[in-house]
Design a protein around this ligand. Sequence first.
Ligand code: NOJ
Ligand code: CA
Length: 547
Amino acid sequence: MTRDDADWWRQAVVYQVYPRSFADANADGIGDLRGIRSRVPYLRRLGVDAVWLSPFYPSALADGGYDVDDYRDVDPRLGTLDDFDDLVAELHASGIRIIVDIVPNHTSNRHAWFVEALASPRGSAARNRYIFRDGLGEGRTLPPADWTSAFGGPAWEPVGDGQWYLHYFATEQPDLNWDNREVRDDFLTTLRFWSDRGVDGFRIDVAHGLAKRLDDELPDQAALDALPRDGGHPLWDRDEVHEIYAAWRAVFDSYSPPRTAVAEAWVDTPRRPRYASREGLGQAFNFDLLEAPFDAGAFRRIVDANLALASESGSSTTWVLSNHDVVRHATRYGLPEPVDPREKHGAAWLLSGGVHPVLDADGGLRRARAATLFMLGLPGSAYLYQGEELGLHEVADIPPIERQDPAYFRNPGVDVGRDGCRVPIPWRSDGTSFGFGSDGSHLPQPAWFAELSVEAQQDAPDSTLALYRRALELRRDLQGSERLAWSPTEHDDVVRFRRDGGWEVVINFGAASVPLPAGEVLVASGPLPDGLLPAETAAWLRVTSAP
Ligand code: NOJ
Ligand code: CA
């Protein structure tokens, strides 16, 4: 693949770095850009095609950096723009592309625009960049509507003069008004700013939320929830959002190769292709596997449905099992009750801080390795989240005082939040913060990180790290067209497909061993004794005969 290959993203493996938790170069307990740079050789050895950096912009971290103070700068705790340029150069020199996160639905409350809005009167141009409304009742002391924010608690906040602003997420994340021309133009400037610095693509946060239409009379929460999300909903997935992305596309295409984008759009599945189309952002996350149980029928249906959607949009499909917002998949697959990966409600084990001995840690990891190997065999692009290549479990026992996620603070006793997948990853088996840095870690790391560190796994042939490395190496060599052909199986619990070039992926979701299909084993997620494919195991095979 050459650097100007415009289609580089179609089947890329993209590795998500959560910058504050990856590597700390200056011993302040917070991961930084120079830390990431120092680990480029690791990423190269792992075999990823691109790195996606979650926000590294100046931020008070009310929402882990998704509360952006300035879209065209680096958080001084994480480095400087020069450090960013050095990181881009280092990644590119290693043949790795870079994607950055754009957060257009809301700024932080410390952004210059919001500071100006608060200092400006009702009806001012400064307030028009956000969504301000008069409160209801005498003295306008009641919110304009009873809406609940995504993190719990009210979605409208008073500013002291009878007006209230909308924040669909945390109070510190005021929603922007995308009907405002200045807002639109400023994001085009931001996209050019990072493209000019050599960024290859963008991940678009809450891509389905930008266009809003709030009438004078606002529906209450129940009425809002009942409205169909068919393009006309006041807040979500409005058809006009695509006009915004058409303008972004013009910016992307003014570069060579065109800059790419992937939408984080939690929309009804049939509405996803529009975000992924060539006229729009070009690709959209598909979270279906991430939300699915470890089940043959579910996995197979999801693959079929998403390959069909990809051919509708002309994009390639995307696969995700873990990210910074969900319980790590090794843990999801090890808990007895299904965990809603997004809401985390009902996950008694997590809420108990891991004191209930219900986690089947080994089984969860076994299933995670199998599911990952299956996913990496699929056509399309795969998004990996830092630490999954080490088989990390969710960290459940973070003391309340150390927690950071607003989802935890705004939902006491209901949602434990997302800190458990954001704990700095272990590079070494001992030493301060397991090699993350040399002076501690901003979230506490558990003792069990020692045996899962990069150091502990890198020379162990059966380690999860070795499995990822081997699969990514093979994937590069084997990658063909974006098609697959299902192969028949004699067991409902077994799913098997063939890719161009004569290789096959097989996974056994069941509890009993099954015969291994004929072929040379290229990689397997676990041992394959006696020519069998054991329970909850996947393998890739080189095959020569017809299926
Ligand atoms: C989605 C991001 O992935 C999540 O981390 C963030 O809290 C929300 N968007 C709000 O920006
Ligand atoms: Ca640091």
